[in-house]
Design a protein around this ligand. Structure first.
Ligand code: 1GP
Length: 252
């Protein structure tokens, strides 16, 4: 089964997917091992690894450590650091992001061309994903590095039409991103507007700090929730389990 099929199956079986995001700049070595083990034990369906920009050289070591620690799929969540710094054969798949909410050709096709042979050589499964930046209160790292203005929070129809175009282009998922540590997560009305027109799996991330908010995003129409900052701050099993229980609503 491919990683994409595994995620679709988890959505069908459990209601939604819980993705734990490790930023190797913040948690490497033993911390990364603890992050992955706690997240997987609590029920995370897969581990994403990456960040908007890598300030350290810890990614390769971190992904090898996580690989040796857990059995669930490891998925690269690429940033702006170039393929050599990010792509590793220890990953099972890559969310091959195309920043469709912007008009910067580097993030629509340039980075993908630079990465193509590396992905091929490492035999990574590619999950072509439409990446949409959604405004929060502050300028996020993704916005800064890409030079792409986020979609205003009160314009759900703009997000919807970008996601619809991505579906028509053959992409396999839509990621609505408020940015790591965002003060406000993606609005429910925007998720609902995308859900109404688009049948692709919808990932939502950025600024989701509690299990109830995660559940709210699913009720609005999301299929996968990405949690990073909260897990970085605390590996308390009860917190992680509460996220898992709310996200896996079909089993709770
Ligand atoms: C960032 O959506 C992810 O790209 C996760 O965001 O760190 O705010 O959970 P948080």
């Amino acid at each position: 089964m491919s990683v994409y099929e595994y995620l679709l199956d988890a959505i069908a079986q459990k209601g939604a997917v819980f993705l734990a995001l490790n930023d190797p700049d913040k948690q490497a070595g033993d911390d990364a091992m603890a992050f992955a083990r706690h997240a997987a034990a609590a029920g995370a369906d897969a581990i994403l690894v990456g960040g908007s920009f890598l300030f350290t050289d810890q990614l390769h070591k971190t992904v090898a450590t996580i690989r040796a620690s857990v059995d669930c799929p490891l998925i690269l969540f690429p940033g702006a650091s170039g393929p050599a710094a990010q792509i590793s054969p220890d990953f099972d798949a890559i969310l091959l992001l195309s920043l469709v909410s912007g008009r910067n050709p580097e993030y629509l096709i340039g980075e993908q061309v630079r990465s193509a042979l590396w992905i091929d050589r490492c035999n990574l499964e590619s999950i072509p994903t439409a990446y949409l930046l959604i405004a929060s209160d502050t300028i996020t790292s993704a916005e800064f590095f890409s030079g792409v203005k986020p979609i205003p929070r009160d314009k759900p129809e703009i997000a919807m039409v970008h996601a619809l175009a991505a579906q028509q282009l053959g992409m396999k998922a839509v990621y609505l991103e408020a940015g790591s540590g965002a003060s406000n997560p993606v609005p429910d009305a925007m998720i609902a507007a995308v859900r109404e027109r688009v049948s692709l799996p919808i990932l939502v991330g950025g600024g989701i700090r509690d299990p109830q908010t995660a559940r709210q995003k699913l009720e609005a129409g999301a299929d996968m929730v990405v949690i990073g900052t909260v897990i970085e701050r605390s590996l308390a099993p009860s917190t992680l389990r509460a996220f898992s229980d709310q996200i896996h609503w079909r089993r709770s």
